[in-house]
Write a protein that binds this ligand. Structure first.
Ligand SMILES: Nc1nc2c(ncn2[C@@H]2O[C@H](COP(=O)(O)OP(=O)(O)OP(=O)(O)O)[C@@H](O)[C@H]2O)c(=O)[nH]1
Ligand SMILES: [Mg+2]
Length: 235
């Protein structure tokens, strides 16, 4: 809580954090409106460093590029490595480097959306900057919020990071092929996720052998659009 004293000497209490997040929420709503005007669906993919976000996005692009016009936005601190991986699939990809910022935000995404020919697009897939904390607080205006977690993050990720999982429409448990070697009980992990967020859809995937990818594509993209994310509800 901060204080602001006006010209008449009256003191006003200011909740800076709430104002700050609220202003981002308004920008996110404006992005959603712009996307809806053009019939474009945006998916925000979050998750830890190395969880498999780009791998999952590559799988989505592979499965969807013949049917949908797609642009991928790759959020990262400094490199274009992820953009290069997407470009290899023959799909447009835009790298958004944030420098030291740990998340993308709605204003940054807006500047990209305004440069795109939205009338000739169906799907914008955003790979957010890798971490499990900041991106959850900064809605972008997406229609789906997805977190990719992986069994290599250990068995306690859902209980240790409840905030991000509580905010999501979809949770992808990736690297399922490594579950036994990591000694992670996936059904226990699913139970933990359900207790944090009973409404999220949980899909188990392996980007190595393709397990769960068709299910993810169907549920994430091809089921009728339903705005379940907290972004769809103005605070
Ligand atoms: N075994 C296995 N490895 C995977 C799977 N998915 C991704 N990987 C590997 O995990 C590593 C990280 O994958 P990325 O897709 O780059 O992960 P990311 O979340 O985009 O990483 P950052 O963008 O750096 O945060 C790579 O070596 C992938 O080959 C999977 O399902 N199974
Ligand atoms: Mg990546």
């Amino acid at each position: 809580m901060s204080e602001l004293t006006d010209a008449q000497g009256k003191v006003h209490q200011i909740e800076l954090a709430i104002d700050f997040l609220e202003s981002h929420r308004k920008l996110a709503e404006a992005n959603r409106k712009l996307l809806d005007e053009h019939g474009v669906t945006m998916i925000d993919v979050m998750g830890s460093v190395g969880a498999g976000k780009t791998s999952v996005v590559e799988q989505l692009v592979r499965g969807l590029k013949e049917k949908y016009r797609i642009v991928v936005l790759n959020g990262d601190l400094v490199t274009t490595i992820d953009q290069d991986r997407i470009l290899r699939h023959g799909v447009e990809a835009i790298q958004v480097n944030t420098g030291k910022e740990c998340h993308l935000d709605a204003a940054l995404v807006r500047t990209v959306l305004e440069r795109l020919d939205l009338g000739n697009l169906d799907l914008v897939i955003v790979e957010n900057v890798g971490n499990l904390i900041c991106p959850a607080d900064f809605p972008l205006g997406s229609h789906r919020r997805v977190v990719v977690t992986s069994v290599t993050e250990g068995p306690y990720v859902a209980v240790k990071h409840p905030h991000v999982f509580a905010e999501m429409d979809f949770v992808v448990i990736n690297k399922i092929d490594l579950a036994s070697v990591m000694e992670v009980d996936v059904s226990k992990l699913v139970g933990d996720l359900r207790s944090v967020n009973p409404r999220a859809r949980v899909v188990q995937t392996s980007c190595k052998d393709g397990t769960g990818i068709p299910e993810l594509i169907t549920r994430l993209v091809e089921e009728p659009r339903r705005c379940t994310s907290s972004e769809s509800l103005p605070a």
